[in-house]
Ligand binder design. Structure first.
Ligand SMILES: Nc1ncnc2c1ncn2[C@@H]1O[C@H](COP(=O)(O)OP(=O)(O)OP(=O)(O)O)[C@@H](O)[C@H]1O
Ligand SMILES: [Mg+2]
Length: 218
């Protein structure tokens, strides 16, 4: 999916968080978003997902203004951990059925198998480890057949082995021309498959750079 951000500006009542942010991505591009706590990374993502209201002419997906998109298709979202109530009594299978209801079709089975979900399929979410929960949310996102996949700090609380597994999944999805936006504090995670960096700071300023260019701090 092509992404165009055009002078995106967002403020919560008094507080300006994003100021005139502009960048473009082609299908299959991998964007890593960095920035200290509170610099607006999750806010940016919520603007993309229409969880926050943005003005017209600020965000285009495949050349369509997001304010003109009624129903979001082909966008997968893996939320930041604190965005989900893990005490909620819901099983893995129920979480996945929110994204895809045809449980017997081959696409569903293939995604479940490739993400190694079978052994935890009937577990309650609050019995799972951090790495397993992340895998469930990534699976849910993949069931949306995403052309754009957005992940907000997916490695927090996840062990090295699962971080590596997640890296390999993202590398595979990039090869399938899925556009990926990854928010991460870890400068090394996915640095080998990152095409662009977006770095935000607490003044609402940003730097957008191609990977390999010097100095990605803001
Ligand atoms: N609903 C809200 N109402 C008012 N202010 C908010 C709201 N959500 C976030 N903020 C403020 O907006 C700023 C950016 O928050 P945001 O969550 O986007 O930062 P972040 O870069 O994702 O931080 P973190 O690394 O901690 O996840 C912060 O100062 C935060 O306090
Ligand atoms: Mg955040």
């Amino acid at each position: 999916m092509r992404v165009k951000v055009n002078n995106l500006t967002f403020a919560y009542t008094q507080k300006l968080v994003l100021h005139n942010v502009s960048f473009s991505l082609k299908s299959g591009d991998f964007l890593t978003v960095h920035g200290k706590n509170g610099t607006g990374k999750t806010t940016l993502i919520k603007c993309f997902l229409k969880l926050l209201e943005v003005e017209n002419d600020m965000i285009y997906l495949d050349d369509v203004d997001i304010n003109k998109i009624r129903r979001f298709r082909n966008i997968g979202y893996v939320p930041q951990k604190n965005e989900f109530n893990y005490e909620f009594p819901i099983t893995v299978s129920e979480i996945l059925s929110c994204a895809y209801i045809k449980k017997r079709d081959s696409f569903y089975t293939q995604v479940i198998n490739s993400m190694d979900i079978n052994s935890i399929y009937n577990e309650n979410i609050n019995n799972l480890s951090g790495g397993q929960i992340q895998r469930v949310f990534i699976t849910r996102a993949l069931l949306n057949k995403p052309k754009l996949l957005i992940l907000d700090e997916p490695t927090v609380g996840v062990d090295n082995e699962n971080v590596k597994a997640l890296h390999d999944i993202l590398a595979r999805l990039k090869e399938e021309s899925i556009t990926i936006i990854l928010v991460s504090h870890d400068m090394d995670f996915c640095s080998d498959i990152t095409d662009y960096y977006l770095v935000l700071n607490e003044l609402g300023e940003y730097v957008f750079k191609k990977a390999g260019e010097e100095n990605v701090s803001c």
